[in-house]
Design a binder for this molecule. Structure first.
Ligand code: TRP
Length: 387
């Protein structure tokens, strides 16, 4: 009975590596949705993790980068509206139970399976490890399976690139359960809903926003910086004069708009249009200039980011409070993870110290052995005397 109830609980877990501050691509791709899910209240438990240990798997030589970005990501989380009262925000390194699980799971995974993981393969291609791949990096899908299963998370909202991670996690779940009995809960991926939201291109039109390409708009950028970045954005290269028909597809300005704009933004900033469809139609038939569209986009972005900036300001003035939130979240997360660790230890039979039956059985066996030895000794002594 208890088992069934537990299975039906809706538990969400997701996280980010703290290797940089978060940008508007993260916002539309994941953060916005997390806050919506939090506010909708459809989950029994929600966890958001700052994956510092995972970030170290390819930053072992630069722990300061990871350390500095833990607070950046925490500020980003709190400023978009993740609420520690509703969502447990925690730091991976401070939940040691995860690493115990990882050690058990590592025995259920082959090296070749890890090497075939498409996400790992992809990331290896982007890094220059050569022959020196850190073992921790190659194995991070296993540690990610621990992150998920430790909380019994059955819903994991992540980008498409993480699908192979969830798949490998579930392989571990099934292997564990089939070897040791039903213990772990399989997870389902929850992908972003809207195509435009899956991945925002960079401001330069490159496929991805990336810090190293300098084509990101950060959640922490002020209004002026955002406007400046938008005005330099790549648009439709065939749209040379205002009268020319323009393309809205593959046009980063329109992709950003599709991810952010609401009808009310038109009333507020561009009342000559009622909605996005009208604006797009005008651009496509010609007669609408890039500058007008860019100014509108800057207004839309700043309107969206303003409440985020206000909350950030509050937390920036209270940094010790932010660390306290992370500490309390980590303590809470560790308690939850500990329940899973105890179940896993029981399933594996390594729960020596709480296992009264085991202690009794071993104790009895050894008592018998001692008694037998004593008997034998007494017999031998008697024999010796007799001789
Ligand atoms: N791998 C994820 C990323 O790079 C971060 C992450 C770590 C994660 N553990 C997780 C995401 C568990 C979801 C669930 O963004």
């Amino acid at each position: 009975m208890e088992q069934i109830e537990k299975q039906e609980k809706r538990i969400m877990l997701t996280g980010d590596r703290p290797t940089g501050k978060l940008h508007i691509g993260h916002y539309v791709g994941s953060l916005r949705r997390r806050v919506e899910l939090q506010e909708a209240g459809g989950f029994d438990e929600m966890y958001v993790m700052i994956a510092d240990t995972q970030a170290l798997t390819d930053n072992a030589g630069n722990p300061q980068k990871v350390r500095d970005n833990v607070i950046e990501v925490a500020l980003d989380y709190l400023s978009v509206g993740l609420d520690p009262e509703k969502t447990t925000i925690f730091v991976q390194s401070h939940v040691p139970q995860l690493f115990e699980l990882t050690c058990y799971y590592l025995d259920l995974v082959t090296l070749s399976r890890l090497e075939r993981n498409p996400t790992v393969k992809n990331e290896l291609a982007q890094r220059e490890f050569g022959e020196s791949i850190p073992a921790g990096f190659l194995c991070y899908p296993v540690s990610q399976a621990s992150d998920i299963t430790a909380f019994g998370a059955n819903i994991v909202p992540v980008g498409e690139d993480q699908a192979p991670m969830i798949e490998q996690c579930n392989e571990i779940v099934h292997k564990f359960n089939s070897l040791y009995g039903e213990t772990l809960v399989p997870a389902k991926i929850m992908l972003p809903e809207n195509d435009a939201c899956k991945r925002l291109p960079g401001t330069d039109g490159k496929a991805k926003m990336s810090k190293s390409l300098g084509n990101c708009i950060y959640l922490s950028d002020d209004a002026k910086t955002v406007s400046k970045k938008v005005m330099t954005m790549f648009t439709d290269p065939t749209h040379l004069r205002i009268e020319d028909p323009g393309h809205t597809e593959n046009n980063p300005v329109f992709i950003y708009l599709s991810a952010f704009v609401k009808d009310e933004h038109f009333q507020k900033f561009l009342p000559q249009y009622h909605n996005f469809e009208e604006l797009k139609a005008h651009y496509e038939r010609g007669g609408l200039g890039d500058v007008t569209v860019k100014r509108f986009l800057a207004d839309v972005l700043n309107d969206t980011l303003e409440p985020i900036r206000q909350r950030r300001k509050h937390f920036e003035a209270n940094i010790p409070e932010v660390y306290r939130i992370l500490e309390e979240g980590s303590i809470k997360a560790a308690q939850k993870a500990n329940e899973t660790v105890m179940k896993v230890r029981r399933a594996l039979g390594v729960n020596y110290f709480e296992n009264k039956k085991l202690i009794e059985k071993q104790s009895k066996a050894y008592k018998k052995k001692l008694a037998d030895e004593e008997k034998m000794n007494a017999y031998l002594a008697k024999q010796k005397k007799a001789n």
